[in-house]
Design a protein around this ligand. Structure first.
Ligand SMILES: [Zn+2]
Ligand SMILES: [Zn+2]
Length: 170
C-alpha cells in the first residue's frame, strides 16, 4: 500500500508536467491556427469585416473554427482572381484586335484582298511586287512602284478597313 502511495507521489509531478506541456502545446497550436487563418483570409479578401469574421471564428472556436473557416472562406485568392481578370482582359483584347469588314462587319484577316462574305474590295496587290497594299496608296511601300492613275476606285471610300474596336466606338 505504501509502495503504491509513494509511486503515485513520485509520478504526480510528472503527470502534471505532461499536462502543462500538452496545454501549452494546445494553446500554441490554437494561436498558430488563428495566425494562419489571418494570413489565409488576407490573401483572399480585402474586405475588413470578412477578415474580422474569419479570424473571430477561429479565435473563439479553438480548432473547431478551422474547418468552418475552410468551408466559408472565399474559394479564390486575390492573386488567382487577378490572374483570371488578366486572362479575361487578354481574351477581350484579342477580340477587339479582330479586324472587321467595313461593309458587312464580319471578321476578316488583315491581309485579305476581298471580304469573303460580301466581296467588298479591301486591299489590292501591287502590280509590280504583288504584295498586298492599301487601296488608297499611290506608291507601293515595298518596291516603290507608282500606282498613280491606276488606283482602283472600287470601294476605296470604304477605307479604313482595319479598324480596331476602340476606334470603331467613336
Ligand atoms: Zn464584308
Ligand atoms: Zn510593290
Amino acid at each position: 500500500m505504501e509502495a503504491i502511495q509513494e509511486f503515485l507521489a513520485n509520478i504526480l509531478p510528472l503527470v502534471r508536467l505532461g499536462a502543462i506541456f500538452l496545454g501549452a502545446y494546445a494553446v500554441l497550436l490554437w494561436a498558430a491556427s488563428v495566425l494562419w487563418a489571418y494570413r489565409d483570409i488576407r490573401r483572399r479578401t480585402e474586405d475588413v469585416s470578412v477578415q474580422v469574421l474569419a479570424v473571430g471564428i477561429v479565435l473563439l472556436l479553438p480548432f473547431l473554427g478551422i474547418p468552418l473557416h475552410l468551408i466559408l472562406r472565399p474559394p479564390q485568392t486575390l492573386a488567382e482572381k487577378y490572374e483570371r481578370a488578366l486572362e479575361e482582359e487578354f481574351l477581350r483584347r484579342d477580340l477587339e484586335d479582330q479586324m472587321i469588314c467595313p461593309e458587312c462587319q464580319r471578321p476578316i484577316e488583315p491581309d485579305f484582298i476581298l471580304c469573303p462574305h460580301c466581296h467588298t474590295h479591301l486591299r489590292r496587290r501591287c502590280d509590280s511586287c504583288h504584295k498586298v497594299i492599301d487601296l488608297t496608296w499611290r506608291i507601293c511601300p515595298y518596291c516603290g512602284h507608282s500606282h498613280v492613275g491606276s488606283a482602283p476606285t472600287v470601294r476605296a471610300e470604304a477605307y479604313p478597313v482595319a479598324q480596331p474596336a476602340e476606334v470603331r466606338r467613336s
